[in-house]
Design a protein around this ligand. Structure first.
Ligand SMILES: Cc1ncc(COP(=O)(O)O)c(C=O)c1O
Ligand SMILES: *[C@@H]1O[C@H](CO)[C@@H](O)[C@H](O)[C@H]1NC(C)=O
Ligand SMILES: *[C@@H]1O[C@H](CO)[C@@H](O)[C@H](O)[C@H]1NC(C)=O
Ligand SMILES: *[C@@H]1O[C@H](CO)[C@@H](O)[C@H](O)[C@H]1NC(C)=O
Length: 489
């Protein structure tokens, strides 16, 4: 739940309203033009149609220089951002040969494995020589190398489950697994802010989908109880299966899941828990084992554990971990296992090696140091941002910290001014967030030094004053500020 200051809400609505009206006005004239230009009328419907097309052309393209910035180095604490030029108001952006060395506050490089590592990199290079970049085959044909089998054992051990199955892409792990686990006659109860891969997987499953208020166990219980009482639509038969889908750390909010409460409710109503640990596995918990370890939940109480290798492990792909029975079933039925080329061997090796480092099996204490560093860095950065008066979402220990911008004009202003000062930040807006709730999303890494963080804070503070996003001025009269806010989901 976010409370927006009234004035900010008003001006944000006004800005979007103006952009929308102006865009519609221009589209109206374009239509007249097109109608005039008979050669455009060839009988085809426009291939890009609807509100999305309008949004891209009239809103997104105006600020597209803030997105998709090409880089030409590993996404380490600092990285090289390629400078681009445009002579048509940023409609087309051309790369130059110039690069700008920037502090990286955008990548999900939580443990710093995304750059060259003394333990992982030589092994990854060796695996490339031994196995090549691709298996050119699916897992069930010629695409299972010894590395793949080793990886599945390694991941299962790491997350504390009897077995695991891995996929070449995290997104596909969610979107392809949910339709195998549940179908017509089943009920998926999904957190309102779950990732798009979960949303698409749930829709593709054909089961009934209900949403509960973001991270609110009491509302989950209400939804569960109502739907169990009601049963399936029309027939009112009992549900064939109920799965509750939540995330460990919400990637746009930086919030930790209320897992202990949610697990208790699911147990009470005999619903399965599906936990997406994309942003939490490796990043939180005393030994990096994610939210279960951090919040004291027994991994046995989470039936389906999902996660990705694209964040803390500096690789690619995703996994599902669960009982032996479940994983065996998935290996016979999941199309992303049967019909998709297996995860690249060097990527698999990177995951195995980084897990070895995290567990200290490389014979050093670097893993433990990284884990301590990410926690310390995250908590330092968050508390300093809050002291400066920014509105920062999320919980302590989470390396993801969104800074609220709200107003659409503040998105490019914040992003461009930071980049000018050699700090690269990611900004997110509609449709990835609700329309009013645009934000900059900071991702902290164990690779950041204290000096890096201090530089980042100085720049963000300066730009924050410039752009006007210190919504909680220092020593605020909290009650008065709260009174002037509208409640928004
Ligand atoms: C919660 C969540 N699940 C799944 C994914 C998809 O993972 P990948 O980027 O590895 O495809 C993401 C990606 O950011 C995510 O945030
Ligand atoms: C008219 O259509 C032609 C061919 O499709 C195109 O080249 C031209 O730019 C169009 N003119 C306008 C004013 O849209
Ligand atoms: C960008 O590249 C295109 C194609 O190479 C070229 O026609 C255009 O003039 C370039 N624009 C700028 C600003 O360099
Ligand atoms: C285009 O992008 C540049 C660099 O990010 C920015 O400074 C400039 O204001 C943008 N121009 C327009 C017309 O939006």
């Amino acid at each position: 739940m976010i409370n927006i200051p009234y004035l900010t809400a008003l001006s944000t609505y006004f800005s979007y309203g103006l952009l929308f009206a102006f865009g519609q006005f221009r589209d109206f004239f374009r239509k007249i033009f097109d109608w005039w230009n008979a050669s455009n009328l060839q009988g085809y419907a426009p291939i890009c149609l609807g509100l999305e097309d309008f949004y891209i052309r009239r809103l997104y393209l105006r600020i597209q220089d803030c997105f998709g910035r090409p880089i030409c180095s590993p996404p380490d604490a600092w990285f090289d951002v390629v400078e681009r030029v445009s002579n048509d108001n940023n409609k087309t952006l051309n790369r130059t040969t110039k690069v700008s060395r920037c502090l990286n506050l955008g990548s999900y490089n939580y443990l710093g494995f995304a750059s060259s590592d003394e333990y992982c990199t030589p092994r990854v290079i060796e695996s490339l020589k031994t196995f090549s970049a691709s298996t050119c085959s699916t897992r069930v044909d010629g695409g299972t190398t010894t590395l793949h089998s080793e990886l599945e054992v390694c991941v299962a051990n790491f997350v504390g489950k009897p077995a695991a199955i891995v996929f070449g892409m995290g997104y596909v792990t969610n979107s392809a697994i949910l339709p195998v686990l549940i179908g017509k006659g089943g009920l998926i109860i999904s957190d309102s802010l779950n990732h798009n891969s979960i949303v698409n997987g749930a829709r593709g499953s054909g089961s009934t989908i209900r949403v509960f208020q973001h991270n609110t166990p009491s509302h989950l219980e209400k939804v569960l109880r109502e739907h169990i009482a009601e049963g399936q639509p029309r027939t009112h038969r009992p549900w064939k299966k109920i799965i509750v889908v939540v995330e460990g750390i919400y990637s746009m909010e930086g919030e930790l899941c209320q897992l202990p409460e949610i697990v208790a409710i699911c147990k009470k109503y005999k619903a399965y828990v599906y936990l997406d640990e994309a942003h939490s596995i490796g990043a939180v918990g005393r030994t990096g084992r994610g939210v279960c370890e951090l919040l004291g939940v027994d991994a046995a109480d989470v039936e389906i554990m999902m996660g990705t290798f694209t964040k803390s492990f500096g690789s690619c792909g995703g996994y599902i971990a669960g009982s032996k029975e479940l994983i065996e079933y998935l290996k016979y039925t999941c199309p992303a296992h049967l019909y998709a080329t297996s995860i690249s061997p060097p990527a698999a090796q990177q995951i195995i090696s980084s897990i070895n480092v995290i567990l200290g099996e490389d014979g050093s204490s670097r893993g433990a140091q990284k884990l301590a560093q990410i926690r310390e860095n995250s908590n330092f950065f968050r508390s300093e941002l809050q002291k400066m008066g920014f509105e920062v979402l999320g919980d302590n220990d989470s390396p993801v910290m969104p800074i609220m911008l709200y107003n659409p004009a503040k998105i490019p202003a914040f992003s461009r001014e930071c980049l000018k000062r050699k700090v690269a930040v990611v900004t997110v807006a509609f449709p990835a967030t609700p329309l009013l709730l645009a934000r900059a999303r900071i991702c902290i890494s164990a690779a950041h030094s204290r000096d890096d963080l201090i530089k980042a804070l100085e720049v963000i503070s300066e730009v924050g004053d410039l752009v006007g996003i210190k919504y909680f001025p220092v020593e605020p009269n909290k009650e008065q500020l709260e009174a002037n806010r509208v409640k928004l989901e």
